[in-house]
Design a protein around this ligand. Structure first.
Ligand code: FAD
Length: 477
C-alpha cells in the first residue's frame, strides 16, 4: 500500500459513533427519554450532526489503520513544573494517522497535534468463546453467528433466521436479553419454538427505573449516597466516615432494591436470583434492563433458561457440563465485544501495553487522558448509567482542556489519582473489570466541573442538592 504525503491538522478524532460528534460540539440541552428506540437514536444523531454541522468534519468509509508517534516531546518534558502537565498543543505534529478509504490500496497520512480516540467498546471486534477440540462450531449442523453479525441483518433476514426455529442465545446481558425476547416474539403460535437463554453468570436486572414507587436514582445516584463513598486521597476523618457509613448505606439501598426486584420479577422461580448484592452489579455496570415483554414471554414458555458455566457444540445443538444436551437450529453468541483489541491494533507498539492494563482497564485521568500517552484523548471508554451523558461531559472537559481553559496536573499526580480511584472502585465490586464509574458518577462529574471552573453545586438548597436527581444542566446556570 502506498502512503500519500502527510497533511497536518491540529486535532484528529478517530471513530464516527456517538462520542465523535459530541467531541466536535457539545449539546446545549438534553431532552429526557426513558428508552428511545434505535430509530430515535439514529434520528437524534442525524439531527445533531446537521444542527452542529458536524458532517463536514467526517471522512466516511475511512478506517484508521495505524498511528505513529512522531515524538518531539515526551511525557516527562511536557511538564512545565513537576506538578503541571503543560500545553497539550505543541505547535508541531505529534501523531501521524494512516487512513485507508473505501478499502483502497492507497494509504493517506495525516499529521495532528492532538488525537482523540473514539473507537467504541461495543462493536467491530466480537468476543468469541473458546471450545475444546472437535467441539466447536465446525461440527454443528445449524447456523452460528455473533450478535455483531445479527445486528447487520434487516427485518426480513432476521425473521428468516429465527422464525419457527430452535434458537439458543448465549449470554445474559443487554444483547442476549433483547435477542431472546426478539426470538420469542417471532416464535408465537403452534409452530413456535422456545428460545433457550444460556446463562453463565447471573446478574441483577431491573424492569424499569421505579423502585417501591420511588425513582431509581434515589437509591443510587444522588449526592447523599455518593458523598460517603471512599475516595482517593481523602482526609483521615473522611476516611473514617466513609468506612463507617458507606457500606451501611450501600447495603441498605442494595437490600431495598433486591427486595423490590424479587417481588416484581419471578427471579427465584426461574433460578435467576444472583447470590451477590445488587450494588455489585450496579458498581460494575453489569446491570441489565429487562424489556417489558420479557417476563410475560418467559411465563408463556417462549423463553427458557439454562444455567451453565461451560458448554460446547454437538452436531445437532449444544451440550452442557452436566452432560445434558439441547437441540438447536441457530446458536447466537451474545458474548460481547473486545473494544481493547481495536485500540491495540492501531496503537504504536511502544504504547500498546499502556492501553492493556490488567483485565482491559485503561488508567485514564478523568476517564479521558492517559497520563503516559502524549497529546491523545479517549472518549467513550468509561461506562456509567448513561454512557452518552458521560461522553458528553468528557467531551466538554476535553475541548476546554485543548482550548487551554485549564491545565492538567503533573503526570505523577494524574497516575497516582487514577490508579487509586481504580483500586477504590475495585473494592466496591468483585466484577470490576472495565472502567465503570456508575456509583461515583455524580462525584466524577462534580470533579470534572470543578476542574473546568464550573460550580459543582447545581441546586438552590442543600436538601435538593443531596437528594434530587443529578442534572448536567444545573452546571451551566
Ligand atoms: C446492546 C447494547 C445496549 C446498550 N444500551 C445502552 C444504554 O441503554 N445506555 C447507554 O448509555 N449506552 C448503551 N449502550 C452503549 C452505547 O451503545 C455506547 O456507549 C455508545 O455507542 C458508545 O459510543 P461511541 O461513539 O463511544 O462508540 P461507537 O458507537 O461504538 O462508535 C465507534 C465508531 O468508531 C468506528 N471505528 C472503530 N475503529 C475505527 C478505526 N480504526 N478507524 C475509523 N473508525 C473506527 C466504529 O466503526 C464506530 O463507528 C449499549 C450498547 C449495547 C451493545
Amino acid at each position: 500500500m502506498a502512503p500519500t504525503s502527510p497533511i497536518f491538522t491540529k486535532i484528529g478524532i478517530i471513530g464516527a459513533g456517538v462520542s465523535a460528534p459530541l467531541t466536535s460540539n457539545r449539546l446545549t440541552e438534553t431532552k429526557e427519554y426513558s428508552f428511545p428506540s434505535h430509530l430515535e437514536v439514529l434520528d437524534y444523531l442525524n439531527s445533531y450532526a446537521r444542527h452542529f454541522d458536524v458532517l463536514k468534519c467526517v471522512r466516511f468509509n475511512s478506517k484508521v489503520v495505524a498511528l505513529r508517534y512522531l515524538g518531539g516531546k515526551t511525557t516527562t518534558d511536557k511538564m512545565d513544573t513537576p506538578e503541571e502537565y503543560g500545553s497539550l498543543l505543541s505547535g508541531h505534529p505529534v501523531w501521524e494517522v494512516a487512513v485507508q478509504t473505501n478499502n483502497s490500496d492507497e494509504i493517506q497520512l495525516y499529521n495532528f497535534e492532538f488525537v482523540v480516540m473514539c473507537l467504541g467498546m461495543y462493536g467491530d471486534v466480537a468476543m468469541m468463546p473458546e471450545f475444546p477440540e472437535k467441539k466447536g462450531p465446525e461440527i454443528f449442523e445449524g447456523k452460528v453467528l455473533h450478535t455483531i453479525d445479527y445486528c447487520k441483518l434487516d427485518k426480513d433476514a432476521t425473521s428468516d433466521l429465527i422464525k419457527n426455529k430452535k434458537v439458543s442465545v448465549i449470554g445474559y446481558k443487554k444483547s442476549a436479553i433483547d435477542l431472546a425476547l426478539e426470538c420469542a416474539l417471532q416464535n408465537q403460535g403452534s409452530e413456535g419454538k422456545p428460545c433457550t437463554l444460556v446463562v453463565r453468570t447471573l446478574h441483577w436486572a431491573i424492569p424499569h427505573y421505579w423502585i417501591w414507587g420511588l425513582p431509581f436514582f434515589l437509591f443510587n445516584s444522588t449526592m447523599s449516597l455518593q458523598f460517603p463513598l471512599e475516595k482517593p486521597n481523602q482526609s483521615i476523618l473522611r476516611l473514617l466516615f466513609s468506612s463507617l457509613f458507606s457500606p451501611l448505606l450501600r447495603q441498605a439501598a442494595s437490600k431495598l432494591m433486591e427486595s423490590y426486584l424479587l417481588r416484581k420479577l419471578p427471579l427465584e422461580k426461574y433460578g435467576l436470583k444472583p447470590e451477590h448484592p445488587f450494588v455489585e452489579d450496579y458498581a460494575s455496570c453489569q446491570m441489565a434492563v429487562i424489556p417489558e415483554k420479557f417476563i410475560p414471554e418467559a411465563e408463556k414458555g417462549n423463553i427458557v433458561f439454562k444455567k451453565a458455566s461451560n458448554w460446547w457444540f454437538w452436531e445437532k445443538g449444544i451440550e452442557f457440563e452436566d452432560k445434558s444436551k439441547i437441540e438447536a437450529d441457530v446458536v447466537i453468541l451474545a458474548t460481547g465485544y473486545d473494544g481493547n483489541k481495536k485500540l491495540q491494533a492501531i496503537m504504536p507498539e511502544s504504547f500498546r501495553s499502556l492501553v492493556d492494563y490488567p483485565s482491559g482497564l485503561i488508567p485514564l485521568y478523568r476517564g479521558t487522558i492517559h497520563p503516559l500517552i502524549p497529546n491523545m484523548g479517549f472518549i467513550g471508554y468509561v461506562e456509567t448509567v448513561s454512557n452518552l451523558h458521560s461522553s458528553e461531559m468528557r467531551s466538554m472537559w476535553l475541548s476546554r482542556l485543548v482550548d487551554k481553559k485549564f491545565k492538567l496536573p503533573g503526570v505523577p499526580t494524574m497516575l497516582d489519582k487514577t490508579l487509586k480511584e481504580m483500586e477504590a472502585m475495585k473494592r466496591t465490586t468483585r466484577f470490576y473489570k472495565r472502567n465503570c464509574i456508575s456509583i461515583y458518577n455524580v462525584n466524577h462529574n462534580d470533579e470534572i466541573c470543578e476542574e473546568m471552573g464550573w460550580t459543582a453545586w447545581k441546586k438552590k438548597t442543600w436538601v435538593s442538592e443531596a437528594f434530587s436527581k443529578f442534572r448536567t444542566k444545573g452546571y451551566f446556570n
